[in-house]
Design a protein around this ligand. Structure first.
Ligand SMILES: [Zn+2]
Length: 134
């Protein structure tokens, strides 16, 4: 038992969805899927490596990503595939429809939108007095 009255070895539940973290002496708590991958590749994963969960459950499908940027890319493509069946389609932030990369524009914050939908939104906001006119 620790001074706080809990056994030191007890895994800490961080996020239910990912399962319980596992206590590894000398490393602290480690996500179960990292340990699973490390067992397969036979070495410790670098800290910048991220695990993408393609499928959860008893027979998970996971992809080891070299960093968070690549993981973000995979997440975006995975979401698109599940939502509309095309990995490279993007969702308009105004009409919420998925469309081809050619049909949607993207701003610096990676927000995707139809130019027509963005223009309609500006017109609507001007008409309702929620946008300053110069
Ligand atoms: Zn749109």
């Amino acid at each position: 038992m620790t001074s706080r009255g809990r056994p030191a070895w007890k895994p800490r539940l961080v996020r239910e969805r990912y399962g319980k973290d596992i206590w590894v002496p000398g490393r602290g708590t480690v996500r179960p899927h990292r340990l699973m991958v490390e067992k397969v590749i036979g070495r410790i994963l670098p800290s910048h490596a991220q695990i993408h969960h393609f499928r959860y459950g008893a027979h998970p499908i996971i992809v080891v990503c070299e960093d968070q940027a690549y993981h973000d890319l995979l997440e975006r493509r995975h979401r698109a595939l599940v939502a509309c069946g095309h990995v490279d389609w993007k969702r308009c932030r105004y009409c919420r429809e998925w469309d081809t990369p050619e049909a949607v524009s993207e701003d610096a914050h990676r927000h995707s939108f139809h130019l027509a939908c963005a223009a309609a939104d500006v017109r609507h906001r001007r008409a309702s007095g929620r946008m300053k006119m110069n």
